[in-house]
Design a protein around this ligand. Structure first.
Ligand SMILES: [Zn+2]
Length: 158
């Protein structure tokens, strides 16, 4: 198998155990003889483990349920109002998703023993936290502006 194909397979199975044994063997063999792929796979696994274990800890118990209940309740009472635009959320829908995103982010990070971890891990912990919040907020803002471009241009006469 070629290097690209090896890496494709690794990414496809996420390095998990549900990968067929034969494929595991073939990849293992390839990694023995190919330092480039070995390094790439190692990098992938480190990133994956960080994402899985440290990056986004599970939200406090019951939070998901209460958010989903809130969303369901709102959908029932005002489905037409919240999701009025076909293929897009209304301003109210956007505000609600924004609040939900912020609540999940804040509780996810502060549900941790934040100070202790920040003290022990220092920048290596704070950096991904900052980056995550930054990325989420930026994407949210970009999506919001993108989908409300017409509204904005009308309102500000652009
Ligand atoms: Zn290779």
């Amino acid at each position: 198998m070629s290097c690209t194909r090896i890496l494709d397979k690794v990414y496809e199975y996420g390095g998990g155990e549900d990968m067929p044994l034969l494929l595991q063997l073939r990849i293992g063999l390839h990694l023995l003889i190919c330092p480039g792929c070995a390094q790439e796979v190692e990098r992938f696994e480190v990133t994956r483990d960080i994402l899985r274990n440290d990056f986004l800890p599970p939200a406090p118990e019951g939070l998901e349920d209460s958010i989903m209940a809130l969303v369901a309740a709102r959908e029932e009472t005002s489905a037409a109002e919240v999701f009025e635009a076909p293929g897009g959320l209304s301003t109210r829908g956007w505000a609600i998703s924004g609040i939900i995103i912020m609540v999940s982010l804040v509780t996810a990070f502060f549900g941790l023993n934040f100070e202790r971890i920040a003290h022990e891990a220092g920048m290596s912990f704070l950096l991904p936290v900052g980056i995550t919040i930054g990325i989420v907020l930026t994407s949210y803002g970009a999506l919001f502006i993108g989908s409300h471009l017409k509204e904005f241009s009308e309102r500000f006469g652009l």
